[in-house]
Design a protein around this ligand. Structure first.
Ligand SMILES: O=C(O)CCC(=O)C(=O)O
Length: 284
């Protein structure tokens, strides 16, 4: 199967320039229709329990579609709970050989080399579903926080649409230029009115509408979020958050799954695993 679209050095340089200037960059189509359809089906099969990995992280959306009722650190309820289209997040995709192949594609390796270096890990790699059944919003936030138990901050995130992302189904929204503010408050949320008044500019919101197989990258300092899905089709995205492989979790002293460089995961290795390895934040 032909899987990846080729990018030349000029395109890669432009992508990185846009990311620096605007806090996000539109990559366009990065994988073939055949491969994206395959991955989209795989995401559905994971939600429906047709493909199973022991220990994989699953998180259901709130039954009432209320983001503020979702418990965020709820380790006991972060496993598969039976087939459902209402899973909001499925993590640990570094350990699926096909999603790993996407996270490790040449284009992302080249972007990582320019922004991070050769040794790169993933803070998280996941499917983000906006269910057609009463999905919640995702308020504007940054993907950096002074409260996270990490030795340093992640760098940027790839967001790839598996089946089309539009304003109607809750595509990713970013606040252009907001990456330049550094960590806002303690990061990772923008619920404080004073901070909102200072840093949030409604006129700078960009809806990143993407066709299936198209992707964008955004700085982890960029304010981003998404609205409810108002259509009758789930909105499925795949993301990987890239960072320097030296970064450790400070509670466990563990490193994160390596995507590029020394000790990088391989498809053969992940295929040989009997279950998802213990999480970086879990004391084993
Ligand atoms: O997919 C979404 O709705 C939001 C994405 C997001 O917050 C992320 O990728 O960090």
């Amino acid at each position: 199967m032909h899987k990846f679209i080729k990018f030349d050095n000029n395109q890669i340089t432009k992508i990185c320039q846009d990311l620096d200037v605007n806090g996000y960059s539109i990559l366009g189509k990065i994988i073939t229709d055949e491969f994206v359809d395959f991955l989209n089906q795989r995401a559905i099969d994971l939600m429906m329990g047709k493909i199973k990995y022991e220990g994989m992280f699953f998180k259901l959306d709130d039954p009432d579609g209320d983001y503020f009722k979702i418990k965020h650190e709820d380790i006991d309820n972060e496993l598969f709970q039976g087939p459902s289209e209402r899973y909001k997040k499925i993590k640990d995709l570094e350990y699926d050989p096909y999603f790993l192949q996407l996270a490790q594609c040449k284009l992302l390796e080249d972007i990582c080399k320019l922004r991070i270096g050769v040794n790169v890990s993933s803070m998280r790699s996941m499917i983000l579903n906006k269910s057609r059944f009463n999905s919640s919003i995702l308020p504007f936030h940054q993907d950096v926080s002074e409260n996270w138990a990490m030795t340093d901050k992640p760098n940027f995130t790839l967001w790839l649409s598996l089946n089309g992302a539009s304003k109607e189904n809750g595509c990713l929204k970013v606040v252009e230029g907001s990456h330049k503010y550094g960590v806002i408050g303690d990061g990772n949320n923008l619920l404080d009115d004073k901070l909102k008044n200072k840093f949030f500019d409604e006129n700078k919101i960009k809806n990143l509408e993407l066709k299936k197989g198209e992707a964008c990258i955004f700085s982890n300092y960029t304010l981003h979020g998404s609205d409810k899905n108002t259509t009758d089709k789930n909105r499925l995205g795949f993301t990987t958050c890239y960072m320097n492989a030296q970064i450790k979790n400070t509670k466990t002293n563990k490193n994160y799954p390596v995507i590029f460089g020394k000790n990088a995961l391989t498809q053969d290795y992940v295929k040989s695993l009997k279950k998802i390895p213990s999480k970086v934040y879990e004391l084993s």
